[in-house]
Design a protein around this ligand. Structure first.
Ligand SMILES: [Fe+2]
Ligand SMILES: [Fe+2]
Length: 295
């Protein structure tokens, strides 16, 4: 794999100059008040729907709390699976040129996982479980690696959309803003790295003579990933914890979740979360029929 060494070295220098001690970086309050939103209102999964308009201020505050715990839990699970993969890459011959950066990446993600999990346990008393997507298993090692790096990148870009907004929101509690802000700063380097690797791996697959079937399989999996990550944001357990389902006509939180997830008013937000990522994959020639996540 032909890596742009200058780019990777720049990322290493940036990481070194922006490093911090995660264990002292934040002031953790004993608890967080529930008389305000913990994220921008338009990041709530009910936003834009009829249901949202009927929620009381207290319900919105509570929803923002449990969706923050859920969003941070998703980060913990996402990081865990990225790290499992990165650990397998360290001394793989294909990745010797980026081995040093992978060590830095792992240390940074380990810090992220620690502060996200700490937040969830301190202020929510738990981590929400998550659902895994089934990755196609192929005999092409490069294709398998492409799926893992792509899954990490799509997730990082999606998370960053949220982090950027909340990280500059002066209305949310300080600890919430600071965590989002710090994660955004770190992830901008990871996104640059992920994009570089994906371009290179995809080019390698093409120059190895990828046939139409392989290209279709790759394209299809990217679409599935985006649909999967979109769906993950809507968690029935969150709606149950918030207690909003009982105030509606839905028979349970799963039915409530399906209604919200499939409301046409939500498409504009799904588009906003993923548009930058889809554009990147389109430029790489990996997908060509976006927007495909309006399902
Ligand atoms: Fe991270
Ligand atoms: Fe990251």
């Amino acid at each position: 794999m032909k890596i742009d060494h200058d780019k990777i070295n720049r990322l290493i220098q940036l990481s070194r100059s922006q490093t911090y001690d995660p264990y002292t970086r934040f002031s953790w309050p004993k608890d967080i008040p529930l008389d305000c939103l913990w994220c921008d209102e338009d990041l709530l999964t009910t936003y834009g729907t009829e249901i949202h308009k009927n929620l009381t201020e207290e319900q919105l505050f509570l929803l923002s709390k449990w969706e923050t715990i859920h969003f941070f839990s998703l980060n913990v699970h996402g990081i865990k699976s990225v790290l499992e993969f990165v650990c397998r890459c360290f001394y793989n011959k294909r990745y010797t040129q980026i081995s040093e950066y992978l060590h830095i990446f792992l240390a940074e993600e380990n810090s992220h996982m620690w502060f996200f999990a700490r937040f969830c346990h301190l202020y929510g008393g738990k981590l929400y479980p998550t659902l895994q997507i089934r990755t196609p298993s192929t005999s092409d090692d490069i294709e398998n690696d492409l799926y893992s790096f792509a899954s990490a990148l799509i997730f990082e870009e999606f998370v960053d959309y949220y982090n950027q907004k909340v990280g500059r929101n002066k209305e949310v509690p300080d600890i919430v803003r600071e965590i989002n802000y710090q994660h955004h700063v770190d992830e901008s380097r990871h996104v640059a790295f992920g994009r570089e690797i994906i371009r290179k791996l995809h080019n390698e697959i093409l120059s190895n003579g990828a046939d139409e079937e392989q290209q279709m399989r790759i394209s299809l999996y990217f679409k599935k990933l985006i649909i999967h990550f979109t769906g993950l944001m809507y968690n029935p357990l969150v709606y149950a914890d918030t207690g909003i389902v009982e105030t509606t006509h839905f028979r349970n939180s799963a039915a409530f979740r399906n209604f919200i997830r499939n409301s046409p008013e939500r498409n504009i937000f799904h588009h906003a979360w993923f548009t930058r990522t889809v554009e990147f994959f389109r430029k790489c020639g990996i997908v060509n029929d976006a927007p495909f996540f309006h399902t």
